[in-house]
Design a protein around this ligand. Structure first.
Ligand code: BGC
Length: 445
């Protein structure tokens, strides 16, 4: 597999997010996010922190080193997110000039070095002040996100053309409002259904604001996509896999494509007594320029008639005797190609796709830079992406998650996803073998 096989215009980049990498959360007038509050309430909610979980990679000050790592490997594009509490410490109205200045300088720095910025508006660090008003459970969050989109577009839109409204709404609503294992730690079907519906409305609303504010913007939003396979070809297992696919994947994409909620999900919503406000179906749709897909693994689904609502279950990877990653996910890089192909076959109207995240989390010890397992994962994943493209999938770019080892949310610093190792004491960066592999593949400096 060679870079040329993907064509000249194909975008190669790497990705990070604000809370996972920036650190220095007390500096520059940043407000508090839901993650600090989630941790302060119960420090056990974030594992493997080695002290301060939010120290992260210190990219708030060290970003020039990160950009040097990107250019060194031959990447031309950087996906990062804007910290809402740095820009609007109380979530609304008041703008923090130092927060805006930070991103202005950082964007100029990367442009000067030939790196194209790809900005995610919301990658899960909601200002705590907004959570206190109900967060994603209240419809008002849509207007707050519109306000944030307007500010971001106004201040950075002259230089940033590639935008993603949300990062993985299924994950931040599922983990944050259904299972309670991510901030804000809310648990329950009802809070989840509200949060999910508002996220689906907000992804389109934010995009509309960006379209008006940055007329030449290239606008997308990102979806986590789990490739579901049935336990066997028995029709009850196949239907179980379809139900999970509808609720976990399609639930968030189809409304954006103007298809409303998938029928299976709509039936469940109806049974639970959820009413959509008039016009919601129309408000959930937006003519996105691209869709970001983030695929890491596959799951095996089986029928479970005793399970309320979903009547399906996921057979955990650790019970299947398959190679596992540090996330306890199956090490199955081909899931990327399978996902891309399945999306292509199911949605003829799908806009161009960018793989906005893909990678592998491994347990690694400081100083050991030989991550041959990551190289094997990336080469197979990229090959499977190419196969899907040969079969017609319109994929225009790929971002490796992640440039740096960083804060893996509730899992802390145990799973390492970086191409570059970070020493969390000295904050020194050291390229791993996988970084060298990309440099070879991309023809870096
Ligand atoms: C998220 C990242 C996360 C990665 C690995 C995605 O769900 O967008 O923030 O670090 O997957 O778990």
């Amino acid at each position: 597999m060679r870079r040329e096989d993907f064509g000249k215009g194909f975008v190669w980049g790497s990705a990070v997010s604000s809370l996972q990498t920036e650190g220095f959360i007390q500096e520059g007038g940043r407000g508090k996010s839901i993650w600090e509050h989630f941790y302060d309430e119960d420090p056990k909610r974030i594992q493997h922190t080695h002290g301060d979980p939010f120290r992260a990679c210190g990219s708030y000050r060290l970003y020039p080193h990160d950009i040097a790592m990107l250019t060194g490997a031959g990447f031309g594009h950087y996906r990062f997110s804007l910290s809402w509490p740095r820009i609007m410490p109380s979530g609304s109205k008041y703008l923090n000039k130092r927060g805006l200045a930070y991103y202005n300088v950082m964007i100029d720095h990367m442009l000067a070095r030939g790196i194209t910025p790809w900005v995610t508006l919301y990658h899960w660090d909601l200002p705590q002040a907004l959570q206190e008003k109900g967060g994603w459970q209240k419809r008002d969050i849509i207007h707050r996100l519109e306000e944030f989109a307007y500010v971001a577009g106004r201040y950075f839109g002259d230089r940033v053309k590639n935008w993603m409204v949300l990062n993985e709404p299924s994950v931040f609503t599922g983990a944050g409002y259904l299972l309670g294992i991510h901030a804000p730690g809310v648990r329950g079907l009802d809070p989840f259904l509200h949060a999910a519906h508002h996220a689906v409305l907000a992804q389109a609303a934010g995009a509309r604001v960006l379209r008006e504010t940055v007329p030449d913007a290239h606008i997308g939003t990102t979806f986590s996509w789990t490739h579901f396979e049935p336990l066997s070809q028995a029709s009850y297992h196949r239907k179980a896999a379809d139900r999970l696919d509808a609720l976990i994947n399609r639930y968030f994409l189809e409304p954006a494509l103007g298809m409303g909620y998938p029928d299976e999900a709509a039936r469940i919503l109806h049974r639970l007594g959820h009413q959509l406000a008039p016009y919601d179906n129309r408000l959930m749709a937006f003519d996105f320029d691209f869709i970001g897909i983030q695929a890491y693994t596959r799951q095996i689904a089986a029928a479970a008639p005793w399970q309320p609502v979903i009547r399906s279950r996921i057979i955990p990877a650790e019970k299947r005797k398959v190679p596992l990653t540090a996330m306890q996910w199956e090490d199955h890089p081909e899931a990327l190609g399978k996902t891309l192909l399945a999306l292509h076959l199911r949605y003829p109207q799908l806009p161009p796709v960018y793989v906005t995240e893909n990678g592998i989390g491994l347990e690694e010890v400081p100083g050991d830079l030989n991550d041959s397992r990551r190289i094997a994962y990336y080469s197979k994943a990229i090959e499977s992406m190419h196969r899907a493209m040969r079969e017609g999938a319109n994929v225009q770019g790929y971002f490796a998650w992640s440039l740096l080892d960083n804060l893996e949310w509730a899992e802390g610093y145990k799973p390492k996803f970086g191409l570059v190792q970070v020493d969390f004491n000295s904050l020194e960066r050291r390229p791993k073998q996988s970084w060298h592999w990309f440099r070879e593949f991309l023809g870096g400096a």
